[in-house]
Design a protein around this ligand. Structure first.
Ligand code: TRP
Length: 329
C-alpha cells in the first residue's frame, strides 16, 4: 500500500490567473493516483487578516470549484473546507501548548504580515500552530508548498518531534516538497515581472475566470519587442518569449515546436494564434468550472469531504487527547 499522504492547504483569497494555473493549479490533479492527496481550503487561516464575510464565503466556494475543474477527483482525493472539520482547531489548540512564544516569534511570515499594521491578531501570530494541526492530523508524509512556507513545515516537524518525545510516537514527521514549477508566466504589460494578481495594471493579468473575449484583447495588446521574428529569447525578446511560453504550456507542445509553428508569421498573426489558444483554454476551463460551481454537487462534495476527513482526523485527535490526559466524555 502506498503510504504517501500529500496535504495541500489553499487560501481562499485572491483571483487565480493563468500563471497560477500553469505553475501550480494544473499540477494538483497530477499524482492523484499515488497515495492520498488532501486539498483543504483553509478559511480559518484566511481570517487571521481582515476579510469581508461575503467575499470569503464566495472565494471558499470558488477555489473549491477551481480545484475540481482542474481535475481533482473527489472520489480519489480528499477535498474539504477547514472550518467544516472542528478537529483542526482542536488539535491547533493542543499544539499551541507545545510551541514557545520565542519559536513562533521567529516566523518570518508573521513578521512580514504584521509589519506596519495597526491591528495584529493573535490568530496571525498563531497561524503556524493551526497549519501544523492541518498537516499532523492525517499522518501527512509530504507538504508541497513554496519556499515561503518552509519555516512553517519545519516548525510542524519540530512540534511533532517534541510531542512524540514526550508522549511516544503519535505524529508522522512530514517532508517539505517544493513543487517543480510547470512554467513561468510573466505579466503581459511588463514581461520582466511575474504575472501577479497584485499587479497595478490589470491588463497584464489573465484571470482564470475572466471573460475569454476581454482576455483576447489583453493578449492582442500585450507588450512585444523590437524586431519582427517570433523567437524564444528571454533576454532580447521577453514579451514574445512569454507569449510563446503561455502558448506552449496551454497547447501542450514544446517551446521549440511552437517556434517552428510560428516561423514566418508577424507579431500580429502570432498574437492572434496565442489569443485563440488562451480563449480556447479559458472557455473549456470555465465550462467545467461553472458546471460544478452552479450545481448543488459542489456543496455535496464538500460535505462528503468533510465527513471523510473527520473519520481520519478524529482518530488522531482522540489519540492526542488520551496522551495528554483528557478524560473521555
Ligand atoms: N500557509 C499556507 C499558505 O499560505 C496555507 C496552508 C495552511 C497550508 N495550512 C496548510 C499549506 C497546510 C500546506 C499545508 O500558502
Amino acid at each position: 500500500m502506498d503510504k504517501r499522504v500529500v496535504f495541500s492547504g489553499i487560501q481562499p483569497s485572491g483571483d487565480l490567473h493563468i500563471g497560477n494555473y500553469i505553475g501550480a493549479v494544473r499540477q494538483w490533479a497530477k499524482g492523484q493516483d499515488a497515495g492520498l492527496n488532501i486539498f483543504c481550503v483553509v478559511d480559518m487561516h484566511a481570517i487571521t487578516i481582515p476579510q469581508d464575510p461575503k467575499t470569503l464565503a464566495q472565494k471558499t466556494k470558488e477555489i473549491s470549484a477551481i480545484i475540481l475543474a482542474a481535475g481533482v477527483d473527489p472520489e480519489k482525493s480528499l477535498l474539504f473546507v477547514q472550518s467544516h472539520n472542528p478537529d483542526h482547531a482542536n488539535l491547533g489548540w493542543v499544539l499551541n501548548c507545545y510551541l514557545s512564544m520565542g519559536q513562533m516569534g521567529r516566523m518570518i511570515q508573521y513578521k512580514e504580515k504584521s509589519e506596519g499594521k495597526g491591528f495584529v491578531s493573535v490568530g496571525l501570530f498563531d497561524y503556524p500552530a493551526l497549519m501544523a494541526a492541518d498537516i499532523l492530523l492525517y499522518d501527512t508524509t509530504e507538504v508541497p508548498v513554496g519556499e515561503d512556507q518552509k519555516q512553517h513545515v519545519e516548525l510542524t516537524r519540530d512540534v511533532a518531534e517534541r510531542f512524540n518525545a514526550k508522549y511516544g510516537e503519535t505524529f508522522v514527521l512530514p517532508e517539505l516538497k517544493i513543487p517543480k514549477v510547470g512554467g513561468r508566466v510573466m505579466g503581459l504589460t511588463d514581461p520582466s515581472k511575474k504575472m501577479s494578481k497584485s499587479d497595478s495594471n490589470s491588463n497584464g493579468v489573465v484571470g482564470l475566470l475572466e471573460d475569454p473575449g476581454s482576455v483576447r484583447k489583453k493578449i492582442m495588446a500585450a507588450v512585444t519587442d523590437s524586431g519582427s521574428e517570433v523567437k524564444y529569447d528571454w533576454d532580447k525578446k521577453p514579451g514574445i518569449s512569454n507569449l510563446l511560453e503561455i502558448y506552449s504550456q496551454l497547447a501542450g507542445v514544446s517551446v521549440s515546436e511552437s517556434e517552428t509553428r510560428f516561423a514566418g508569421l508577424n507579431y500580429g498573426q502570432f498574437k492572434t494564434a496565442v489569443a485563440d489558444e488562451v480563449e480556447r483554454f479559458l472557455t473549456n476551463f470555465q465550462k467545467k468550472y461553472y458546471e460544478i460551481a452552479d450545481s448543488e454537487k459542489l456543496d455535496e462534495i464538500l460535505r462528503n469531504g468533510a465527513e471523510r476527513s473527520y473519520e481520519m482526523s478524529h482518530k488522531k485527535l482522540l489519540e492526542v487527547y488520551d496522551r495528554v490526559g483528557f478524560v473521555k466524555p
